[in-house]
Design a protein around this ligand. Structure first.
Ligand SMILES: NC(=O)c1ccc[n+]([C@@H]2O[C@H](COP(=O)([O-])OP(=O)(O)OC[C@H]3O[C@@H](n4cnc5c(N)ncnc54)[C@H](OP(=O)(O)O)[C@@H]3O)[C@@H](O)[C@H]2O)c1
Length: 293
C-alpha cells in the first residue's frame, strides 16, 4: 500500500474506471473523477472523490491522468480538445488502461508526448471485482521514468508489471495472455461436451479430473517455451508422429455427437507439421507454422 499520497484524475467511470478510482481512494490518494454521463460519478463522490465538471478540470486537478473508456479512438479528442490540450497536460503523466492494439498504443504515446505529458499504456489482467486484490495484475509499457516515479500509485490497483519503453508491449502481452486463456477455455468446452455426451457430470469431472490434469500439463509450459525460444524441438517421449497416428479425439467426438471444430484446427497443424518431416519432434514446433522464423 502506498505511503506517498498523489493527485489522480480518473476519466471514465464505467465498471473498470470506477473500480480503479475506488482502489485509489482506499490507498489514500486524492481522486478527481469525470465521466461523460455525469450521473455515474455519484457513488464515487459520496465515497470521497472530487467531482470534476469537465475533462479539463479533472486534468488540472491530477498529477496523474488515468484514462479508462471504451474505445481508443475517443481518447485523442478527449485529451486534446476537452482536456485543454498542451496547456493542461504539460508535465503530467497519462496512464491509459483502455484496451487497444500495439499500434494504437504507439500512436497514442506520440499524441500524448506532443502535449507535453509522459505516457504509460496499461493492460488490466483482471475484472473490476478483483481490482485491489492480490489476484489482479496490470501490464504497463511506455515511459520507464513515469512508471518508476508513480509505481506506488499504480500498485493500488494490482501487482504492477512493467514490460519496457515500447508502448505497444502492454497491449501485445495482454492479447498473448488472453490467447492462452481462450485456448484453455476452448479445451475445457470440448472436454465438457464429451463428458456431457456420455451423461456425466461436467462439474464433478472438472474438479476431480480436469483441473488437476491441466495443472500437471501447465508444468510442461516452461520447457516448451524454451524450445520455442531456441528452435530446437527435439523430444524423447510423445513425438508428434505418435500424437497424430489416430485422430481419436475427432473420431470419438463425432461418434458422440460432439463437433470437433474446437480441436480440429490444432490437429490439422499437427498433421501438417508431421507431413513437413517433423514427426519426431514435439508439439512446440507448431509455432513455426503460425509464425515462421
Ligand atoms: N470490465 C472489465 O472486465 C475490463 C477488464 C480489463 C480491461 N477493461 C477495459 O477497460 C475499458 C473500460 O471498460 P469498462 O468495463 O469500464 O466499460 P463500461 O463499463 O462499458 O464503461 C465504458 C466507459 O467508457 C465511457 N465512454 C465511452 N465512450 C466514450 C466517449 N466517446 N467519451 C468519453 N467517455 C466514453 C463511458 O461513459 P458513459 O458512462 O458516458 O457511457 C463509460 O465510462 C475498456 O477498454 C475495457 O476493454 C475492462
Amino acid at each position: 500500500m502506498s505511503t506517498v499520497k498523489k493527485s489522480v484524475a480518473v476519466l471514465g467511470l464505467g465498471s473498470m474506471g470506477a473500480a480503479l478510482a475506488d482502489a485509489l481512494m482506499v490507498a489514500g490518494h486524492e481522486v478527481s473523477v469525470w465521466n461523460r454521463t455525469p450521473g455515474r460519478a455519484e457513488g464515487l463522490v459520496a465515497r470521497g472523490a472530487r467531482r470534476a465538471g469537465s475533462v479539463a478540470e479533472a486534468v488540472t486537478a491530477g498529477e496523474i491522468v488515468l484514462v479508462c473508456i471504451l474505445d481508443y479512438g475517443d481518447i485523442g479528442p478527449l485529451l486534446e480538445q476537452q482536456g485543454g490540450g498542451r496547456a493542461a497536460l504539460q508535465g503530467r503523466v497519462v496512464v491509459n488502461v483502455t484496451n487497444g492494439s500495439p499500434e494504437e498504443a504507439r500512436a497514442m504515446a506520440e499524441r500524448v508526448t506532443a502535449l507535453g505529458a509522459a505516457y504509460l499504456d496499461g493492460g488490466i489482467m483482471a475484472v473490476p471485482e478483483i481490482i485491489g486484490s492480490p489476484d489482479a495484475f496490470v501490464l504497463y509499457s511506455g515511459s520507464r521514468e513515469a512508471f518508476e516515479a508513480h509505481r506506488s500509485v499504480l500498485d493500488a490497483f494490482a501487482r504492477s508489471v512493467y514490460l519496457g519503453e515500447d508502448p505497444g508491449l502492454a497491449p501485445l502481452h495482454d492479447l498473448a495472455l488472453l490467447s492462452g486463456m481462450y485456448g484453455m477455455f476452448g479445451g475445457f468446452l470440448h472436454a465438457a461436451a464429451l463428458v456431457r455426451s456420455a451423461g456425466g457430470s461436467v462439474a464433478e469431472f472438472t474438479t476431480t479430473l480436469l483441473q488437476p490434469w491441466l495443472g500437471a500439463m501447465a508444468g510442461s509450459l516452461p520447457a516448451m517455451a524454451a524450445q520455442v525460444d531456441s528452435g530446437d524441438y527435439s523430444v524423447t517421449g510423445s513425438p508428434l508422429a505418435m500424437q497424430v497416428a489416430h485422430d481419436s479425439i475427432g473420431e470419438v467426438s463425432r461418434a458422440q455427437g460432439v463437433s470437433p471444430e474446437l480441436f480440429a484446427p490444432l490437429f490439422a497443424l499437427m498433421e501438417r507439421r508431421v507431413a513437413d518431416g517433423h514427426g519426431s519432434e514435439g508439439l512446440a514446433g507448431l509455432v513455426e507454422l503460425v509464425h515462421p522464423r
